[in-house]
Design a protein around this ligand. Structure first.
Ligand code: DGY
Length: 321
């Protein structure tokens, strides 16, 4: 008998077809609306497997409502939306989708760095609003990227991929990580720095650490106080790593120059949120991995992890300790 799996969002048809050949699939068949909590609770009552997104909070209450559940397959590399300890206690596998989104997320991170420092969105809005009356010497001037110092906080796969791009802009690259990366230091020419040195020496600071209890509010008032007044902060990891009140304060009092944000403490961020009213904030709706190719690969990998685990085999990307 085929195992029953629940999928919390519409996936590309080819991906779903592959899953349907291996499991009995029920689906929240919508593209832009997350599955309501009560529907998810009900659907999990007889599910053997769950494929979910970072928009679903998979906690004890939900796991208790799922007596047959063997696997939670997250279609993301980050899995802070899942209570992994609670799942592990119940013998439920948790999987993620690392690797396939590395280059795409690094592309977006670098694009956001360029857009923020050269004020691309602001400049485009200026033109469209009809404010462009003449060329003038200091109009919409930004900051140079070429030859500047980049500080990367979190030197995992995506950090290394961002460093490769930065090398093409002749940037000096500092990094801070839980452990040193001697091979990457050699191959990428990156230099390890403690957190305070990195914050004080970097022109651009890119946040790429995983989100965990240790990294909540990792960047707050104390850290902004160490940054250059011309620093640009880029966050493409998780919103909660940067304290948004401290960020707002730093951006409005000229403590730092600008921020590029793809992620927010609470998503979707309210359109009237005070950060979005600042001209020196470039904001995106969590699109780091959003290319057709990469999102399709992530969905396919999530399906593979799900199908393997639900059928009693070891999935490729297990995150349980
Ligand atoms: C992830 O995978 O964790 C990203 O935030 C979405 O691609």
């Amino acid at each position: 008998m085929m195992k029953k799996v629940y999928v919390t969002r519409k996936l590309p048809e080819a991906v779903l077809q592959s899953l349907r050949q291996q499991c009995e699939v029920t689906l929240w068949d919508e593209e832009d609306t997350p599955v309501p909590r009560e529907v998810l609770l009900e659907r999990l009552s007889d599910a053997d497997g769950l494929l979910c997104l970072l928009t679903e909070r998979i906690d004890e209450e939900l796991l208790n409502a799922a007596p047959n559940l063997k696997v939670v397959s997250n279609m993301a590399v980050g899995y802070n939306n899942i209570d992994v300890a609670a799942a592990t206690k119940r013998g439920i596998a948790v999987t993620n989708t690392p690797g396939v989104l590395t280059e795409t997320t690094a592309d977006l991170t670098f694009a956001l760095l360029l857009a923020t420092s050269r004020r691309l969105i602001e400049a485009s809005d200026y033109l469209r609003k009809g404010d462009w009356k003449t060329w003038s010497p200091m109009q919409l001037t930004g900051l140079d990227i070429y030859g500047a110092t980049l500080g990367i906080i979190g030197m995992g796969r995506i950090g290394e991929a961002v460093a490769k791009r930065a090398a093409g802009f002749d940037m000096n690259i500092l990094y801070y990580n839980r452990s040193r990366k001697p091979e990457a230091e050699k191959s990428l020419g990156i230099v390890y720095a403690d957190m305070d040195t990195l914050l004080g020496s970097s022109d651009f600071i890119v946040v790429l650490t995983p989100y965990s209890p240790e990294t909540v509010n990792l960047i707050g008032a104390e850290q902004f106080a160490l940054m250059k007044r011309t620093a640009v902060l880029i966050n493409t990891a998780r919103g909660g790593i940067v304290n948004e009140d401290a960020l707002y304060e730093a951006l409005t009092c000229g403590r730092i120059w600008a921020a590029g944000l793809d992620v927010f403490e609470s998503e979707p961020i309210a359109p009237n949120h005070r950060l979005l009213g600042l001209p020196n904030v470039t904001a995106l709706p969590h699109i780091g991995s959003a290319s057709v190719q990469t999102r399709t690969k992530m969905a396919m990998l999530a399906v593979q992890n799900l199908a393997l685990a639900v059928n009693g085999q070891k999935p490729k990307h297990l995150v349980n300790p």
